[in-house]
Design a protein around this ligand. Structure first.
Ligand SMILES: [Zn+2]
Length: 275
């Protein structure tokens, strides 16, 4: 499995990109960092989400900045009101602008978005949860899925892949996937209730957890998700891991756990070219 998202500097804007996705020339895509936005502490400075208590005008300005770099207007952005569930939704031009300028009209109850429409930008929001990216460069279909521990053990990655195959005719060997920056096994301590769900998700595969202090474990969410993607039929060489822990790299990312809940959100974006 290749490891390493690439830091991309565009003017003063710093984002991360996925080498295998860039190589296809089929998409514009990004994972944002916390830098070079307009939000004030504790959302400093490129906070991308309305739901954290930031001034909505700052969020719009920050999103506008990243969308400008991607070459898309906010009226072509789509955002879901994420609920740590496993619902996957295909979106088209009728959804353009939903959740872009406020959370009020974000697509409710959805954690994964899929589209085959060029020029429509999918987005998803993070501060420690696992961002999953998908691209079939042959069928020209893209997807994003938000996988916190709940979405991860609900196998949202597998459900997104299945949706791409069943609804859009994607072929498993052609699908590229990426597991973005999230809290890593170095920093993510969970209790027995979470561990029980991990065991149900991947029975007989204890290698994604390490026993810590009594009743606690260190959980490797990025590896768990890549395992789920491989079980769904994605080739290991087609899965790119980011190589970043959001809690270790407070200098680069917002971390919900490290900053005790008072912080901003990064965003993942993907859009098929040619719209
Ligand atoms: Zn860490």
């Amino acid at each position: 499995m290749p490891v390493g998202f690439i830091i991309k500097q565009d003017g003063s804007l710093t984002t991360l990109t996925i080498p295998s996705f860039t190589a296809t020339s089929a998409v514009a895509h990004a994972f944002t960092t916390r830098h070079t936005g307009v939000s004030q502490a504790p959302f400093n400075s490129l906070n991308m989400d309305f739901k954290v208590g930031d001034d909505p005008q700052n969020v719009i300005a920050n999103r506008d900045r990243v969308c400008g770099m991607l070459g898309v207007g906010l009226d072509r952005l789509v955002a879901a009101d994420q609920v740590h569930g496993d619902q996957v939704l295909t979106v088209d031009l009728s959804h353009a602008g939903r959740g872009a300028r406020s959370n009020g009209d974000a697509l409710p109850g959805v954690d994964a978005l899929v589209t085959a429409v060029p020029g429509l930008a999918l987005s998803s929001y993070y501060a420690d949860c696992v961002p999953l990216f998908f691209l079939d460069p042959f069928r020209r279909v893209v997807a994003l899925a938000h996988a916190g521990w709940k979405g991860s053990v609900l196998r949202i990655g597998e459900k997104t892949v299945r949706h791409m195959v069943e609804r859009h005719g994607c072929r498993l060997p052609n699908i590229l996937a990426a597991v973005g920056p999230s809290i890593g096994p170095c920093c993510y301590e969970v209790d027995g209730a979470v561990m029980a769900q991990v065991e149900k998700c991947l029975p007989g595969e204890p290698q994604y957890t390490v026993q810590g202090r009594s009743g606690h474990w260190w959980l490797d969410l990025p590896q768990l998700n890549s395992r789920v993607l491989m079980q769904a039929g994605i080739k290991a060489e087609n899965i790119t891991l980011s190589g970043y822990c959001t809690a270790c790299r407070e200098d680069l990312f917002f971390s919900h756990r490290k900053q005790c809940g008072r912080t901003g959100r990064m965003a993942s974006f993907i859009m098929l070219n040619g719209g």
